[in-house]
Design a binder for this molecule. Sequence first.
Ligand code: HEM
Length: 426
Amino acid sequence: MTAMDIAAPLAQPRPDPAMSLYCLLDPEVLANPYPLYRRLREKDPVFWDPFLCAWVVTDYANVQTVLHRFSADRTPTPAQLNSLGLDALEPIARVMIQQMLFMDAPAHTRLRSLCSRAFTPTRAERLREHIQDVANRLLDRVVPAGRMDVLADFAAPLPAIVTAELLGVPAADHEQLKAWSADYAEVLGNFQHNPDRAGRVLSSVEGMTAYFRSAIREQERRPRDGLLGSLLAAEIEGARLTEDEVIANVIVTMVGGQETTTNLIGNGLLTLLRNAEQMARLRDDPSIAPSAVEELLRYESPSQHTARLAPADVVLGGKQIRRRDPVMAVMAAANRDPARFANPDDLDLTRKDNRHLAFGWAAHFCFGAPLARLEGEIAFTTLLRRLPEIALEPNPLVWRENLGLRGLEALHISFRSQGAAGAEVR
Ligand code: HEM
């Protein structure tokens, strides 16, 4: 035995709680997480967070690598939940393990190709007129009042109605779909476990499953256009999705399609209001809307981070990561990396070379990105065209306690009031 072997282990530096991603639970940090992300990126872009028991990755190059190379197959199996004494959550896990978001190739490739057949960019584009119509109808209701809560009156119902149409279920059910989706987003967006909310999430999963099962029975009697019917019929080389796979992936599409798009509109409008010159630019020239949407996605990403597991023992950013170690890829931090984006904290609606990671990267790149982009363009241009002199109301801004899916509880604005047909009434 050498002297080295018996020497006391080197003192480990004390973990710094101010570097933990758990700081997002502090409302002040949640209101502006970007200084925390900057600190992480500058001090330790591949950081072992001892409080979260996960690696936290914040620079663009390494986030891209994690999204490209690491395993998405991270849902605890029913057996693992059992061993943790969490068997009550089993029905949620049973749905999640069948969702493409939580799979690796080849299972992911098979599922995604079947779903892609059913949801093409052309299908999204066909919804353009309909989205414009829904946006106008929602604004017709509030325009005379001269004030609105952008979230409740516009940003929440718009994607909920569009998603119902996309799926091929009655648009009249959009409030119920929205409520379920908000509950399920608790599972998708949060890494903290909140036992008080588990019961509600559970009953929502059961509610959604029963709803889509009966919608499938209805489609068998009376087929209608939409993703649900297309998924039931999709076939590659004789392979079809099972009914449970269809339901699980309709649920992830419905939730993915609503929560994030709502937050793109809410976060985006707030960002424009905080950057009056840029907002005037978009109002004066709506043709820049596509690039404005990309910049708003980069600047205030609705999906801030996602999780992966290390596929093997690997070195990332000089750190040794062990196989199956959990890794948080913080896209919102990567999107503000000065090594990738010039002046990343400035909003520039005509930014060039804006390959942000707000829709993820590689195999799991957002399935609904064409639709989200379209909804974003229509939402911002319609709000700016129809609401003159928009201003923030003095109510305090409250961010939802969902650490992954960043969004506001409410966004109260006022504007110059007009008659329903657009005639000024003041
Ligand atoms: C602004 C709006 C949106 C944002 C920011 C967003 C963001 C994302 C991100 C970051 C991922 C990848 C997650 C990961 O790699 O772990 C993703 C995947 C996904 N998104 Fe979206 N999304 C949006 C809108 C939509 C819409 C409108 C739909 C459906 C209509 C949708 C459906 C999906 C689905 C099904 C996946 C899983 C894809 C896969 O695993 O292959 N999303 N989204």
